[in-house]
Design a protein around this ligand. Sequence first.
Ligand SMILES: Cc1ncc(COP(=O)(O)O)c(C=O)c1O
Length: 361
Amino acid sequence: MSSFNIDKFVRPHLKDLVPYSSARDDFKGAASVYLDANENPFDNGLNRYPDPHQSELKKVLSRIKNIPAQNIFIGNGSDEAIDLLFRAFCEPGKDNIITLPPTYGMYKVSAKINNVVVKEVLLDEFFDIDVEKTIAAIDPSTKLIFLCSPNNPTGNSLSRAAIKKILASFNGLVVVDEAYIDFSSLPSLTEWIQEFRNLVVLQTLSKAWGLASARIGLCLASEPVVNVLNKIKPPYNISGPDQQQALQALGNEISMKERVEQIKTQREWLNNELKQNSESWVLGSIHPEANFSVGLRSLNANRNPINFLSECWHKLGGTQSKKTKLPKTVLPNYIWHQKRKKPPSSFLKPKRRLAKKIFSL
Ligand SMILES: Cc1ncc(COP(=O)(O)O)c(C=O)c1O
């Protein structure tokens, strides 16, 4: 069992930090005159600072996510939460983190920004966790392990048994990024937070809730972890309009669920199409669990994920276009290892017609 201890784990200089106390921390409630925040008194709907604790939003999220409000940290997108995890727990130039490529690129970028070493342990041939190799990569300076489930860009969920083993064997934080959880057949791992103090679950309103522009990312974790993030965040990290937009969207859970079902139906359709139309698509055991489906073409027989994924496109579901019956938003929005916008001609040759349909070439 992991003996995770937040007091030993947080960066020492933060233990005594007295966080910035904003005007809206000192005074709560409504008044006819406010003199405490040097705001502009003319009411234009935006002249007052927003709630720094996003209390209303947390109340609603607590109900929807079935987790106490004190276990919720809200970041300016999950990307802010990722950055704050580095700032709270990783000593620049000394500590390291583990990521499992192919996976979401921000973990590495955030690590580089914070001058933290990244150890990479490839996912196995089924794009699942290689538990032994991951545990073997842990050293005393390893502070965070990032797991993405369902994973971007492969779209599959990671094995829960494997995640549990890592949680139990690691004395640092295991960050499970569930950006796509609402499209998954599996429940969220938030139900494990009481049991595993070293589990951090990231979620976002950018995907299923369709609020990418509002920048609302959630970090769901044990209270001590949430408290540290709250202590070091910028005071007003979520703007007033964004809090309002989020509250409005969260008020219509039925509409969100309907859209998620539509996207899932299109994902399945696209997945079948890819499987049937080209013998070079090697989807095999990959079960799509996010809001996209993945097409893979192996460059050689070796199933090493890097080679295996050397040409990879994933396609987002969206509104169906009548003319082509293809989701309108089916775009080659991700090309593994290649910065090109269009697939290489070597790929197009065997199945030019399908590729033409999919990539609008
Ligand atoms: C796995 C994963 N996590 C997080 C994000 C970003 O989330 P946010 O918009 O909340 O910053 C993305 C965006 O594509 C993602 O794929």
